[in-house]
Design a protein around this ligand. Structure first.
Ligand SMILES: C[S@@+](CC[C@H](N)C(=O)[O-])C[C@H]1O[C@@H](n2cnc3c(N)ncnc32)[C@H](O)[C@@H]1O
Ligand code: SF4
Length: 377
């Protein structure tokens, strides 16, 4: 239980307060309606990811955002975006995370955050940090609870090389320092997140120690490829082989994961421990059930709403230009996708942090005993 809480803190490092209790209750109701009976739920999805734009000011070698941008153009009128933020707030969603592309390039970001905060929704943004200093005052004023900054190395040279932008490391450090010097009551919290890959794994402990010196909390996710073509994680493995672990790297990867857990015990959770299995023995992980359509939805820059960006079998379930958030959450297409997933016929597994609630729930003992939630071998 304690480990589960530690892991949850790594992904969503918000204060545990009355919101967490309400979050737990709403999630429970949702699970009853959507997972147990697959009928319309009176409760909103507790989690929403809002992908504001696929445009980006960096050119990371492992990211496909610039390619995705051509197939998914931003096309939602401003008034509709604001209306959607009101719907989300009224419906009772707890956490909205904003990502991209580069979220700080989005022109309406702070306007929708303001609306969401007026309903008590918690928010976070995921950024490469390039505009952090420039937008720092707006970030501080917005009272966004959490700023997640992607930092993949402890050396400026390596980080900038991975991210295709000379000077990025120094710029993001400057932005973080400024925000930390001006913020009140530690808001926003600054979380660093690192993409674990073949190039940086030998230094992962040094990287985390270094990040500890100037960020509040640190996490990581393994490099992934081959997600749905609408995802920034859709790069083909062949294009980035120098970042990818090959079968002969397994002992080395296992060694560094062991070292990581020894030196940073807060990484001792199923999600991190099973990273080698994810790369080299993925079939074994197919027993993990997917909870995505029962907990969250994602809004795309063109207004499409999906619950999954990994498996191409799951197309958009609606679009905010045509339907409300609750209509989409309780739509026929959502029921169809939920049905397949609740019968565990999805036959897929993903390992990015945004869906790591799957790994967390997989290890809750109670869920293994309830027949309808039981793990399929
Ligand atoms: C697509 S980015 C968008 C947000 C922002 N532009 C950034 O880089 O932080 C969201 C997260 O995915 C990570 N990411 C990008 N490509 C990845 C990949 N192939 N595997 C795993 N994580 C990846 C980024 O480092 C970032 O933490
Ligand atoms: S990982 Fe983030 S910063 Fe890098 S190209 Fe993709 S969206 Fe841009």
């Amino acid at each position: 239980m304690r480990k589960g809480q530690d892991f949850l803190k790594k992904v969503f490092p918000f204060d545990i307060d009355i919101t967490a209790v309400r979050f737990g209750f709403a999630s429970f109701i949702n699970v009853l309606y959507t997972r147990l009976f697959n009928i319309a739920s009176p409760k909103a999805p507790p989690l929403l990811t809002w992908i504001t734009t696929f445009d980006c000011n960096a050119y990371c070698k492992f990211c496909a955002t610039h390619k995705v941008k051509h197939s998914c153009q931003e096309s939602v009128p401003y008034e509709k975006l604001i209306k959607t933020a009101h719907e989300i707030g009224k419906a009772g969603t707890f956490v909205v995370g904003f990502s991209g592309g580069e979220v700080l390039m989005c022109h309406y970001l702070f306007d929708v955050i303001k609306v969401l905060h007026s309903y008590g929704v918690k928010t976070y943004i995921v950024t490469n940090g390039l505009l952090l200093r420039e937008k720092a005052d707006e970030i501080l004023q917005s009272k966004v609870e959490l700023v997640v900054v992607s930092i993949d190395s402890s050396t400026a040279e390596e980080h900038d090389n991975f991210r295709g932008f000379p000077g990025l490391y120094e710029i993001l450090r400057d932005g973080i320092q400024y925000i930390k010097s001006k913020r009140e009551n530690s808001v926003p919290l600054i979380k660093a997140t690192t993409i674990l890959n073949k190039k940086n794994i030998p230094k992962i402990n040094v990287i985390l120690d270094d990040l500890k010196a100037f960020t509040d909390t640190q996490s990581l996710q393994p490099i992934v490829t081959g997600y749905h073509e609408n995802s920034p994680h859709s790069k083909a493995e062949e294009g980035i082989t120098s970042f990818m672990f090959q079968p002969e790297d397994r002992p080395q990867l296992q060694h560094y994961i062991n070292e990581l857990i020894k030196n940073h015990p807060d990484f001792n959770s199923y999600y991190f421990r099973q990273i080698p299995t994810y790369y080299f023995d993925r079939e074994r992980l197919l027993e993990i059930q997917c909870w995505s359509p029962f907990f969250r939805m994602m809004i795309m820059p063109n207004g499409d709403v999906v619950h999954c960006l990994a498996n191409p079998k799951y197309p958009p379930i609606g679009n905010i230009k045509d339907s409300t958030i609750m209509e989409i959450w309780n739509s026929r297409e959502m029921f169809r996708q939920r049905e397949e997933i609740r019968l565990h016929k999805n036959n897929c597994i993903c390992w990015t942090q945004d869906a790591s609630f799957n790994q967390l729930i997989h290890n809750i003992p109670l869920f293994n005993r309830i027949p309808v939630f039981k793990k399929h071998k």
